[in-house]
Write a protein that binds this ligand. Sequence first.
Ligand code: MG
Length: 170
Amino acid sequence: MTIEKKMEAAFNEQINKEYYSEYLYLAMKTRFAQMGLAGFVNWFDIQVKEERAHAEGMYEYVLERGGDVELFAIDKPEIQGTTPVEIFRQVLEHEQYVTSRINAVYDVAEEVKDRAAMLFLNWYVKEQVEEESSVGDVLSRLEMIGDDKQGLLALDKELATRVFNPPVIG
Ligand code: MG
């Protein structure tokens, strides 16, 4: 069954959002590099790679379904705030927004009764639960740390140990 135009459009829009996420996290990684927090840089570097994988997963899926991939311009990322805690508040808000967009793509799949797309999207629905949870963990740690420099350095050391596991999508 060839993909419906409306479904294809929803995927293309979401591909753009995933590339935007990659871009936003790349911009945030730069900020942390400038702060000299190598563990946070590692954490964002992995986010960048994950977002790229999320975009590519949908890209491959649209092609596999005989659809057309349309690439849109990627917005310039705007970072609100300057401190680690302010930046992580934005990360959490952004992931909550992405969750709402994934749900909207799922809504289209339900509307056009595209069961294959729903099964494919289940992976993204689950992934968003993990994203919000892992970002929420870092944010609560930062809120507890407050102005404690030692606490911040300890968290930075911990984030340096995060390892990138290429996601197996679908
Ligand atoms: Mg993503």
